[in-house]
Write a protein that binds this ligand. Structure first.
Ligand code: E4P
Length: 218
């Protein structure tokens, strides 16, 4: 399973990269705004800076919502660095643009997916990644994990190569449950990823080992 970090914060991306388990980054306009990155030039430079940190898979989201401008914006983003994956919303013009990008060899991540029907369309259009938003479904008392299970079944039934990128992850259990049901990728905040490290028995066991070693070697 691939691990992406869901942030535009360069320090956090660097920290996750240094852990040695990072496969990519997802950003979105809200995450860019949160970091105070505004204006076209700054936004493009920020994507370049992210690409300098990680090995591959930097999802950069288009702002346009009509076909011509999604294509124009996506091509400009893809030209920044071969690591860029153009993030396109699940709307009619987005779907058409995904088909276009596939023909041009530009990788895409279809975002804002909340149903298996939407995921099926994205896969048929040739998206490299489809992003079901687990946490946002859970937030409205809907089973986010069930959606990922359904998409897994559908993609396996037909051998779609589109990867299921479980997004809107809220914590470590979401990550483990996504792994159990066969999501190809998770994208999560740094805190959810590092929370996987923690177990109280690891901490107490290590404290005992170190104390015993110190006592025996004093
Ligand atoms: C996906 O790529 C999105 O950036 C993200 O996972 C959305 O998560 P949120 O629901 O926590 O905003």
């Amino acid at each position: 399973m691939k691990f992406f970090i869901d942030t535009a914060n360069l320090a956090q991306i660097k920290e996750a990269q240094d852990l040695g388990i990072l496969d990519g980054v997802t950003t979105n306009p809200s995450l860019m705004a949160k970091e105070g990155i505004t204006g076209n030039e700054n936004i493009l430079n920020h994507y370049k800076a992210i690409c300098d940190i990680v090995d591959d898979n930097v999802s950069a989201e288009v702002i346009a919502t009509d076909y011509e401008n999604i294509v124009k914006e996506g091509e400009a983003l893809a030209a920044l660095n071969p690591k860029i994956v153009v993030k396109v919303p699940m709307i009619k013009d987005g779907l058409k643009a995904i088909k276009y990008f596939r023909k041009k060899g530009i990788r895409t991540n279809c975002t804002l997916v909340f149903s298996s029907g939407q995921a099926l369309l994205a896969a048929k259009a040739g998206a490299n990644y489809v992003s079901p938003f687990l946490g946002r479904l859970d937030d409205i008392s809907t089973e986010g994990l069930q959606l990922i299970e359904d998409i897994r079944l559908i993609f396996d039934n037909y051998g779609f190569e589109t990867e299921i990128l479980a997004a809107s992850i809220r914590g470590p259990l979401h990550i483990v449950n996504c792994a159990k049901i066969g999501a190809d990728v998770i994208t999560a905040p740094l805190a959810a990823i590092t929370a996987l490290l923690k177990h109280p028995l690891t901490d107490s066991g290590l404290a005992t080992f170190l104390a015993d070693h110190a006592k025996a070697n004093q």
